[in-house]
Structure formats: C-alpha cells, structure tokens
Design a protein around this ligand. Structure first.
Ligand code: CMC
Length: 391
C-alpha cells in the first residue's frame, strides 16, 4: 500500500539506532561514546578521539601506538593520483578536488572495498585515515600553486597534517606546539554529530554496499553545501562585509530580524540545539587563545563578539532560541592559522572523517538494510500516450 504522510527534511524521523554520539539539543549536551565533548576537547588528542569513535573505546597506549604506526605505513598516495590533481584548474574549489580524489583512490586501492572480515575492515579504515590528510594538503597546495610536501612520519597525525599543508617551499618548517593543539581541538569538535546531512549521506550510499571511500566521497559533496559545512565560509564573508561597511552591527541585526530581508545572521541557529551549541562555547574561548598566542588582532573577532552579545539580549533571537553555532567562531581561528577561506570546509571534512567512518562501520556491522525512503505521489493519473506527430 501507499504511504500518506511525509517528513520533509526528516525533522522527526529516526533513521537508525546508534551507539556513537549522544546529543541533547535542549540541554546543549554532546558526547562521543559517553564522553563529554568538553572533556575530550580539553584532554584528548584527535587520533585518540578517532579511535574512540570508530572502535567504541579509548585506546590503550599500545593500541594507540599501533594505530598510529599502521596509519603512517599507509600514508603514501600513488604518484599517478597527481596527474588527476594536475588536471584541475587552479580555481577549482578544494572541496570538489577532495571529493574527486577520494573517489579516485578506489582505483589505486582496489582491495579497500573488502570489509567482510574485521581485519579487512581495519585495513580499509586505516588506509582512508592515512591518505585523506594527504589529499586535503594537495587541495590546498593546488590553490596556492605550491609544490607538495610529503610530510614527516616522525610527527603526530595532526602535526604531520599541518606540515603537509603549511610548510613553505625553500624554508625550514617550524611550528609552535600550541598551534597544533588548537588545530587538534578544532578537529575533535567536528569529529561527529550523529545523523546530520553528510553522515546520513555516507550511511545511505554505504547501505547499498558501496565501499567506504565511495561513501566518504559522497559525504564530502554533502558537506560542501552552504547550509551544512559550507556555512563556516559564509560566516567569515559576512563578518568581512560588516567590517567593510563600517562595523555597524546594529544595522545587520536589524536586517537579520527584518522578515522582508532574506539576510540571516550566519553562524546563528541550529536544527537541533535550542539552548546553546556546546562546541561554540569551546571554540569562542579557543579563538581568543589562538589570536592572543599569535599576537593577531582581528577586528572581525570583535564584530563577532559584538553580534553575539547583542543577539543574546535581543527578544527576536531569545524567543527563537537562536545561539551561535559551531561555525560562528571557527573561521576566525582558521584564518588566524593562515588557512584560506575556501579551505575552511576541507578542515571540517578532516575533522568529520572519523565520524563518517564510525557511522559507516556501525551501519555495516549492524547489517542495516538498504536505505530506501518512500514518497507521496502527487503527479498525473494514468494518461494515454500520443505519438509526437499527434502532439
Ligand atoms: N538569523 C535570523 N533569523 C533566523 C536565523 C538566523 N541565523 N536562523 C533562524 N532564524 C529564524 C527564522 O527566520 C525563523 O523565524 P520565524 O519563526 O519568525 O519564521 C526561526 O528563526 C526558526 O528558523 P528555521 O529556519 O525554521 O530553523 P531550522 O531549524 O530549520 O534552521 C538553520 C536551522 C541552522 C538552517 C538556521 O538557523 C540558519 O539558517 N542559520 C544560519 C546558517 C548557519 O549558520 N548554518 C550552520 C548550521 S550548524 C553547522 C552545520 O550544520 O554544518
């Protein structure tokens, strides 16, 4: 029989059972495998959090060392992949490059589609975690017309990512550990967020038993959208526009409240969080720390803080439960770290990768059925076909 009700945007539809991430939007609670986001952001490192999300428990020292060693051993990307990179114009958006290269990886790693045994599943996961940062660094280097950096296997996962992205040609590479720590924290804050658009995409594509790399490539495409991960780029562009216009935050608050004006305060509001976004609280403090540490005075940070203060006291925002979300301050940190605006969403993807992997693995291990929603048909009833000569 046909179905009669629909739920656009799946606002009230649960698509799966999951033991990975707990989220309470009323109370502003976010936990990975039972650990609060606050404690993980404060005390854990990104690779530990990746292990926790994917395998369910925090690793022991030995497990973590093995995990890292296995990743290092897989961190090479086939030389022929560079020909694909070379084929892109410099103007290509890094998210498009990342999605295409992730898909292309399948051709060079054909065994990555074998995941039936625990061992094969592990190998495939390690391959993706190892090669993904390499591809992300390629996307950035393409934008900057810089030669590739092959990284340094003596470095930690995030430190190596930083080197591959930011080392300068013909200069010794040096970085302050506090910069690596800030980047690590940002990646942790983005690592999972239950059944959001890109994660649901990864699960949906994977539910047809497409491989992990193909499913991840689809997730990257979903994340690219400005209503999702692409919002971090939109926030910094909005803050810049306010600055260029003389920094009059009140004027833009009025625009955001004006129902005839399509302008929205980017980085405000969330589908699930109706009290506060716990990630935004942590990021706001981190933004202050990073800018202080680097001795950067970014007028855009003051504009952001001004907007937040006004919004939190404004009945329009209070009544609608609109608070800063994860994207409101993240761009300010990325920019301070020297990351071009077009790379912001790639940074989000690097953080979200363990979440996509964990959700994909859980979906396969629980033997979820193929994703196949129904619809309510609203088209024509039966019609008689007439050949083109009679139309
Ligand atoms: N500025 C001004 N008004 C807003 C805003 C905003 N940013 N967000 C929501 N509203 C108003 C909206 O006009 C509506 O008012 P009314 O009830 O009078 O019609 C009310 O608040 C409820 O909004 P909604 O659009 O029905 O809520 P939603 O849950 O469907 O949308 C949202 C959530 C995040 C899409 C939306 O708040 C928004 O567009 N925010 C700006 C974009 C943004 O920052 N996105 C990042 C999301 S978090 C990270 C991620 O997903 O990657």
């Amino acid at each position: 029989g046909g179905i009669t009700t629909i739920d656009p945007g799946y606002k009230n539809t649960g698509s799966c059972e999951s033991a990975i991430t707990y989220l309470d939007g009323e109370k502003g609670i976010l936990r990975y495998r039972g650990y609060s986001i606050e404690s993980l952001a404060e005390k854990a490192d990104f690779l530990e959090v990746a292990y926790l999300l994917i395998f369910g428990e925090l690793p022991t020292k030995v497990e973590l060392e093995k995990f890292h060693a296995d990743i290092k051993a897989e961190s090479h990307v086939d030389e022929d992949m560079k020909k694909i990179l070379d084929g892109f114009p410099k103007s290509a958006h890094p998210m498009g490059v990342l999605s295409a290269l992730t898909s292309a990886l399948i051709a060079f790693n054909p065994t990555s589609v074998n995941v039936d045994s625990e061992e094969d599943m592990y190998k495939t996961i390690v391959k993706l975690l190892a090669k993904f940062p390499v591809l992300a660094s390629w996307a950035l280097r393409k934008k900057k017309s810089q030669p590739l950096d092959y990284g340094d296997n003596n470095l930690g996962y995030v430190a190596n990512l930083h080197k591959m992205m930011f080392s300068k040609p013909n200069q010794d590479y040096k970085v302050d550990q506090s910069i690596i720590d800030a980047l690590d924290k940002l990646l942790i804050l983005h690592a999972d967020h239950e059944q959001n658009c890109s994660t649901s995409t990864v699960r949906m594509v994977g539910s047809a038993h497409a491989g992990l790399f193909a499913s991840t490539s689809a997730g990257i495409s979903a994340l690219w959208g400005p209503l999702h991960g692409g919002a971090n780029q939109a926030v910094i562009e909005m803050l810049e526009a306010i600055k260029e216009d003389g920094g009059d935050t009140k004027k833009y608050m009025a625009k955001a409240k004006d129902k005839k004006d399509p302008f929205r305060l980017m980085g405000f509001g969330h589908r699930v969080y109706k009290n506060f976004d716990p990630r935004a609280k942590i990021i706001k403090v981190a933004a202050d720390d990073v800018l202080n540490m680097l001795g950067i005075e970014d007028p855009v940070l003051d504009i952001a803080k001004g907007l937040e203060k006004e919004a939190l006291e404004d009945p329009y925002f209070v009544d609608r439960k609109l608070y800063p979300n994860v994207d409101f301050y993240s761009g300010i940190i990325y920019r301070a770290l020297g990351i071009p605006v077009e790379m912001f969403t790639v940074m989000f993807a690097l953080g979200r990768l363990p979440g996509w992997i964990a959700q994909w693995k859980e979906m396969r291990e629980r033997k979820e059925p193929i994703g196949r929603p129904r619809q309510v048909y609203i088209g024509e009833n039966l019609r008689e076909f007439r050949p083109v000569s009679e139309r």
